[in-house]
Design a protein around this ligand. Structure first.
Ligand code: TPP
Length: 595
């Protein structure tokens, strides 16, 4: 039986073991949609409310499954909507393939309806590979390359399919001039380091007495080796945001997050170390790394494009993290003087005590930190956690204590609002047997999270484990930016841009048949988590949090504190609440006996 190009696209995706495509319909992909109907919905078409959500869902799926994420959209407006999600993939180095419709070939260049120059539009975000299929024989190569490039470069790629091409009869490339065959089976390399580079790395690390390790998402496959290295060298390990789930937070020498959303022990680790080993991280905030000249540094990264540019490193090794660390381990000498390690551990223990005290500070009505703190002790070991951009990213980074097995992510580099709920959905399709938990601000919920709850309504009954908990930080404020303005710009809250309309998030979720609770009593948070994690369906927790609790890190600089104080003095409507909460929270660092 003859097959259309669209039929073959779906068959080829199945051959690549693509099981889900996150998409939204439109006549630019009608040929594909009809093929889906003929293909018994294999791979499964997951319908979102907005193409940006489809792209975020593909990113979340890819982040949590380790597989390539695939999204699909129609020409023109659908294609434009995908962009932000694809940029999220690009900046966080996630393999995502976008399949996009285009106007028919006969109309191209005719300013036809919904005609957008897609090759130009996607040239930046999918610059590693963006191609339009204009004849059937081109298809397998273009689609296969889009997938292979996405996988090998860890980036988004795009395949543009004119609507009439989708309906053509598929004919494979032939054994002839100007034909490009294609194949699927790929065994990826494990890139081994040069022996000499490993020897030099060992010399540098052995010579140091205060070693710090920065382990990012690129260390995911090398967690055991990172721990062994840290054990031998008596090192502390800090984790940038995307590496939060690479190593558990309950290890006494893991100092947790680093940077503006970081922890004090990470700050101290970098401030005081004499040697730095960076593994699989492109953490950009140089000012949170040691002073230049203070530490001898080695960096290991699989991608030569992203090495040697965050710190004046003495040695840059482009290779697989696991292979490099495995080769390094036999050359490392165990440091007998453990005093550095002991001081790191003391700082870490003190930090967690401070976090607990800060979470317990009374607020009006709920201290957002407590919401995260109460989850830490209840977090199932197979949970997948997503946080949106906003103040929840702070509390996700600092308050949540991940144990071994927990996965988590957020929009680490684009830091876009909106991926929380769709990442959670992507997680549920990647692992329908695991619970997923999303933290999102009310701004993010109003931007898109509320609408995407409708997608949850549509699909949750198909999930083997129906638990998806969306915790909304309901503070009627675009709080993260309010605080950035206060702390960075010294500007008081500008009500017109920062205040949000009050919405009953729980009522909306309940109207969709989801479990929903409104929480205004901090004492109820623990049992609310228990109920949500025991529920037989997705839950929305509408948590009325206090916008006056500062997401300022404990090592906030004097300048930031001064700017915030000035901003308040300049007539910030929330000033008294802010001052009250700020002092209470900051005071937790100085509680007698805490040092
Ligand atoms: C698409 C997008 N628009 C704007 C921003 C700037 N921004 C970052 S955080 C934030 C506020 C988020 O507010 P909300 O979701 O209510 O969370 P909160 O900080 O109040 O907890 C804004 C506007 C962004 N990061 N992404």
């Amino acid at each position: 039986m003859s097959q259309t190009v669209a039929d073959h696209v779906l068959e080829r995706l199945r051959d690549w073991d693509v099981t889900h495509v996150f998409g939204y319909a439109g006549d630019g992909i009608n040929g594909l949609l009809a093929a889906w109907g003929r293909a018994d919905n294999q791979p499964m078409f997951v319908q979102s409310r907005h193409e940006e959500m489809s792209a975020f869902e593909a990113v979340g799926y890819a982040k949590f499954s380790g597989k390539v994420g695939v999204c699909a959209a129609t020409s023109g407006p659908g294609a434009v909507h995908l962009l932000n999600g694809l940029y999220d993939a690009k900046l966080d180095h996630v393999p995502v393939v976008a399949i996009i419709g285009q106007t028919a070939r006969s109309a191209m260049g005719g300013s036809y309806q919904q005609e957008v120059d897609l090759l130009s539009l996607f040239k930046d975000v999918a610059g590693a590979y963006v191609q339009m299929v204009t004849v059937p024989e081109q298809l397998p190569n273009v689609l296969d390359r889009a997938i292979r490039v996405a996988q090998s470069e860890r980036c988004p790629t795009a395949v543009i399919l004119p609507s009439d091409v989708q309906e053509l009869e598929y004919t494979p490339p032939t054994h002839a001039f100007k034909m490009v065959p294609s194949s699927i089976g790929t065994s990826w390399p494990q890139v081994a380091p040069q022996d000499d580079a490993v020897r030099r790395a060992a010399e540098i690390l052995n010579a140091g007495s205060k070693v710090a390790i920065l382990a990012g998402q690129g260390a995911r496959g090398a967690a055991a080796e990172v721990l062994e290295v840290a054990e031998l060298l008596g090192a502390g390990i800090a984790k940038p945001l995307l590496g939060k789930d690479v190593l558990p937070d309950d290890l006494p020498f893991v100092t947790g997050p680093i940077g503006l959303l970081g922890s004090r022990p990470s700050y101290e680790l970098m401030r005081d170390c004499d040697t730095l080993l960076i593994v699989g991280s492109n953490f950009p905030y140089t000012q949170f790394l040691p002073e230049f000249g203070q530490a001898r540094a080695v960096q290991i990264d699989i991608d030569g494009k992203f090495i040697g540019m965050r710190y004046p490193t003495e040695l840059n090794i482009v290779a697989d993290a696991r292979a490099t660390l495995s080769a390094l381990l036999p050359l490392l000498q165990r440091k007998d003087d453990r005093s550095w390690r002991e001081s790191v551990e003391k700082n870490v223990a003190r930090w967690w005590e401070t976090m607990e005290r800060e979470a317990m500070v009374a607020a009006e009505p709920v201290n957002p930190m407590r919401l995260f703190h109460e989850l830490s002790s209840r977090l199932p070991s197979d949970a997948i956690v997503a946080a949106d951009s906003g103040s929840s990213a702070n509390w996700y980074a600092r308050q949540l204590k991940f144990t071994s097995g927990v996965r988590g992510s957020l929009s680490g580099t684009l830091a876009t609002m909106g991926p929380g709920v769709p990442y959670g959905i992507g997680a549920k399709f990647a692992h329908p047997d695991r619970p997923a938990i999303v933290f999102a601000g009310d701004g993010a919920m109003q931007m898109n999270g509320l609408a995407e709850l409708i997608t949850v309504k549509r699909y949750w009954q198909g999930w083997q484990d129906p638990r998806l908990v969306v915790a909304v930080l309901h503070n009627n404020d675009l709080n993260q930016v309010t605080w950035e303005m206060r702390a960075m710009g010294g500007a008081p809250k500008f009500e017109e841009s920062q205040r949000l309309p009050d919405v009953d998030y729980a009522a909306f979720a309940a109207s969709l048949g989801l479990r929903a609770e409104t929480l205004t009593d901090p004492e109820e948070l623990g049992s609310a988590w228990d109920r949500a994690l025991a529920a037989d369906r997705p839950t929305l927790l509408d948590v009325h949090t206090d916008a006056s609790v500062p997401p300022v890190p404990p090592h906030a600089t004097f300048e930031q504190m001064k700017d915030a104080a000035l901003a308040l003095a300049r007539g910030d409507a929330d000033r008294w609440d802010v001052i009250k909460e700020g002092i209470k929270v900051k005071a937790q660092e100085f509680v007698p006996g805490s040092r």
